[in-house]
Design a protein around this ligand. Structure first.
Ligand code: BG6
Length: 503
């Protein structure tokens, strides 16, 4: 997240998985929008690669379709696309064969000759995780450069499927690259409102005295999705929502809310503070999993007038699958700031609404001086951080209703992004790719951060894998999830807050 961005170093990015969904939906539209905003170095080239043979022109046409469908700025203008697409070439390759990498090296050396300058090389692993190591090894065995300052490896999630595999993967990658060359993506960290939480917390003096156990009653972090597993059944059935969403996105949101202020924006100092949060999360012991965590799997139902199948009837999902598509859990962060304050996390597929938000629920006033007035019980303050689809930070405060009586009413102090059109805010991948190009790791997961996050979820993961759930499916599509998720929070006297919520 550099403050001023003026990247002049020539850069070549090789996208493994160049014909994949992520490349078409996210990576290329993000690079294209950076290009439109003049954020890319003048000397810049993209080499897409996958097994399939394509002529450059055919490949560019495919990517253009992706931009036209998915870019936040809408369809590409002919003249802009013409300039951008000149930078794209394609090379079919066998990821497992070192010979293919030598061909990349030849291409890169041509760019060097043409540009007469040193370049940065980025390897983007937008492929299945079992190929991350193969790519790293072949980069090191081939003629491709591995310069500690200018070579970077971008790794998509999932990073491992448990603590042990994440450790193995880290160890392997770190025999080939330095930590500062590895950019492990968690795209939630690139979202505009998520980044704003740092500014909101640490650039406003009024927040710090309130941001602790004295004033906050509990925190809710909620990422609900209306979609099912779509065509990702085979990946998802081996993963489950705990691995897919909680281990990474939701725990990272928790870290941003709970972390101590870093001394400055140095990537390692920021990540140190996040790792401290993960390490402070109270370990869930096997005997307590059922009281701290709830899982669900969707059944069939109706969404917008269309019947949708149960999870077990989705493509590439086992008919007796025990994989969870919903998870809700409670964590405690055992430190001075947060002792005793519950953090509730929930996420799921095929829910009633797609909505990602964080609620900071403050405590009630210690004494109600309005109690002689009817309907005058002040509501506790609430800070609502809406990440998507709405982007806003909203403070709910109590206020006097205008009129002759002293009547209280809840009002919103709102900072929203609605003055800007949605298309004005950069997509997470734009922020993240610009950071990789400029060499800023603040928003990327460090090895110890990934491992600490796995440590948090491992007891739940193990317990769920070893103890099948007999009730699946336990929530219908288009609902708010299983009833026992409501019970999880209700037993502490709270309820899940679904926005908009009039309180
Ligand atoms: C991905 C998960 O990391 O995040 C998906 O693998 C999920 O299952 C997606 O749908 C949600 O991201 P976003 O940005 O659409 O909220």
């Amino acid at each position: 997240m550099p403050n001023t961005i003026n990247i002049t170093k020539p850069t070549v990015i090789i996208v493994f998985g160049g014909n994949g969904d992520l490349t078409k939906r996210k990576i290329i539209p993000a690079l294209y929008n950076l290009f439109l905003e003049n954020r890319l170095p003048e000397k810049f080239a993209i080499i897409g690669t996958s097994r399939t043979e394509f002529k450059d022109q055919k490949y560019r046409d495919l990517l253009l379709d992706g931009i036209n469908e998915f870019s936040r700025t809408g369809k590409a203008k002919k003249e802009d696309w013409a300039k951008f697409s000149e930078k794209i070439t394609y090379q079919a390759s066998n990821i497992k064969d070192v010979g293919s990498y030598n061909e990349f090296a030849d291409k890169i050396s041509d760019y060097k000759k043409e540009w007469k300058e040193d370049i940065s090389t980025l390897y983007y692993c937008a492929v299945s995780p079992d190929l991350f190591c193969t790519i790293a090894e072949n980069v090191s065995k081939s003629k491709l450069e591995n310069n500690r300052e200018t070579t970077r490896m971008i790794i998509e999630k999932p990073f491992g499927r448990d603590l042990e595999s994440a450790k193995t993967l880290n160890a392997k990658l770190l025999t080939i690259f330095d930590e500062k060359q590895i950019y492990r993506i968690d795209h939630y960290l690139g979202k505009e409102v998520v980044q704003n939480v740092m500014a909101f917390r640490f650039a406003n003096t009024i927040m710090e005295p309130l941001w602790n156990r004295t004033h906050i009653e509990h925190v809710q972090i909620s990422v609900t999705e209306k979609i099912g597993v779509e065509d990702r059944g085979s990946y998802f059935d081996n993963a489950g929502i705990l691995r897919d969403m909680i281990q990474n996105h939701l725990l990272q949101l928790l870290c941003i809310i709970a972390m101590e202020p870093p001394i400055n924006f140095d990537a390692d100092l920021v990540r140190d503070r996040k790792v401290e949060v993960l390490k402070a999360i109270r370990k869930i012991v096997p005997g307590s999993v059922d009281s701290m965590a709830v899982r669900g799997q969707y059944g069939s139902g109706w969404v917008e007038g269309k019947e949708v199948p149960a999870y077990r009837d989705e493509l590439d999902v086992k008919p007796d699958s025990n994989t969870e598509t919903y998870a809700a859990m409670k964590f405690y962060v055992d430190n001075w700031r947060w002792q005793g304050i519950p953090f509730y996390l929930r996420t799921g597929k095929r829910l009633f609404k797609s909505d990602s938000h964080i609620i900071i629920q403050f405590k009630e006033v210690p004494h109600n001086m309005f109690q002689n007035q009817e309907r005058n019980i002040p509501k506790a303050n609430r800070l609502i951080i809406s990440i998507q689809p709405d982007m806003a930070i909203k403070f709910q405060l109590e206020s006097k209703t205008p009129g002759l009586e002293m009547t209280l009413n809840t009002v919103d102090m709102v900072f929203d992004y609605s003055g800007k059109t949605k298309g004005d805010s950069p997509e997470a991948y734009e922020t993240l790719l610009l950071d990789v190009i400029s060499g800023d790791q603040t928003l990327f997961m460090r090895a110890d951060q990934v491992e600490a996050a796995w440590e948090v979820v491992m007891p739940i993961l193990d317990y769920w894998e070893n103890n099948k759930n007999a009730d699946f499916p336990n929530y219908p599509a288009n609902s708010w999830g299983p009833e026992n998720a409501d019970a999880l929070i209700a037993k502490d006297g709270f309820h899940w807050i679904n926005l908009p919520d009039k309180k």
